[in-house]
Design a protein around this ligand. Sequence first.
Ligand code: LLP
Length: 433
Amino acid sequence: QKIYTKVTDEMNFYEGNDPTALAKEYGTPLYVYNERILRTRCRELKNLVTYPNFVADFSAKANSNLAFLQIVRSEGLEVDAMSPGEIYIEKAAGFKSDEIFYICNNVSEEEMQYAVSEGVLVSVDSISQLEQYGRLAPNTRVAVRFNPGVGAGHHDKVVTAGKKTKFGVDPSCIPLVKEILKKYNLTLAGINQHIGSLFMTGEAFLSSIHSLFDIARQFPDLEFIDLGGGFGIPYHKETDEARLDLKSLGTELDKELYAFAEEYGRQVKFRIEPGRYISAECCVLLGQVHSVKENSGITYAGCDVGFNVLARPVMYDSYHGIEIYRSNDAAAQNGADKTHSTGDGHDNNLQPVTVVGNICESGDILAKDRMLPPVMEKDILGILDAGAYGFTMSSNYNNRLRPAEVLIRESGEAVLIRERDTLEDLKRHMISI
Ligand code: LLP
C-alpha cells in the first residue's frame, strides 16, 4: 500500500520494486541507492561548464561504498580523499593514483607517507604540514589548500573557510609557502579551497573564486586550481524547495574560468569537489516502526533508525523528508483503515509525529513534530536524501550493527552492495583477557 510517497513516486525511485519487499528481504535499517539517479547527478556536475580542462572529483567522504565509487568512476569523475582509508578504497574501486587527490588535514608522517608511496598527490593545509611534506618527499609535486576568506554552509560545523576555521593557509603566508617550496625543491602543482558544505545559491562560491584567483596569480606555473565542493541539494522536497540553479551557476563559472585562463596565459585545469550533490538524492534509507506511543500529548513513532545509522539530524538539526510505506501484512495486522492511504503526499489527515530511534539517548530524534499521516507499528519509513554523509557517518554505538546497502540497477534489479554487520563483527578486533 502506498501511504505517503510523493517524492519517490515522482523520481520513480524504486524502479518498480516494492520498498516493503526490499525491507523484508534485506532487513532494516537499509540504505537503498538508485543507480540511474546517481549517474544523472554525476553527469550534471561533470558537464557543469564548457571550459575544456575541467574535472569533477567526487568527495568520497560523502559516500565511500565500493560499488558506488565504481559507478562514479565509470562516469569519468575523479575523487578526493581525506584519509589513507579513502585512498585505499578508491584504489580498490579502480581509480588510478593520478585520479585521486589527497586533501589532508593534520595528518601524521605515516599517513602522508602512505599517500606518497601510493603515488597520490597531497594537498597540505598548514605551513607546518608543508614543512613535514618537504622533509618526507623533497623534489616532488605538492598542492596547498588556501583559505579564501569566504565561507558558506548549512551549519557552523561545516563552514570550512572564512575567519573561524581550522582549515587552509592564510594568503598572507604566501611568501613563507614560496620559501618552503624552494627549500625542499617542491613543485606547486595546484592550489585548492573548500568554502563549506551546502550552498543553494552560487554567490559565496563565485566570490571565493576571485580570492583563489588572486592567490593563483602569485604562482604562474600551476597545473590546476581546485575550487572545492559544497553544491547543495533541496532537503525540503515535499514543499518544493528550489533546486540550486546549476545552469546559471555553470554559465557564470564558465565566464570566470575562460577569463582567468586567458589572463593566466594557458588553459590551466580547474577542478571541483562535490560530495553531497552527487550522492545525497540517489538514496533512501529504509527503517521500520516498532512502537507508536503518546507521552504528554506528543506522539512518538519509535523506529530502528537511531543516530548510529543517520547522524545528521542529531548532529546538525538536519531535515530529511520521510515517507511511509505499509505492507499488506502490516495493514492486516493493524486493521489499517485504507482511507488514510492517498499515496500522493497530499494527505489531509496529517498529524504531528516525533520520529525517534532506538538509541539510549533522549536526543535520538530523527524528526520532531513532523506532519505525517497516522504511523503504525510495522510501517516502513523511507528517509529521503540519505546518500551523503549517511552510511559514512554511521557507527556501532550501543553495539548496533551497521546497516546493509542495496543498489537498484538501471535494469530495475536490486543487488546487495554491502552486507549488514554481524554480531561476530562487533568483537572482531577485541582481545579477550
Ligand atoms: N572538499 C573538502 C575539502 C571537504 O572537506 C568537503 C566536505 C567536500 C569537498 C565536499 O563537500 P560537499 O560537496 O559534500 O558539501 N557531514 C556534513 C558535511 C561535512 C562536509 C565535510 N567536508 C553533513 O552531513 O552535512
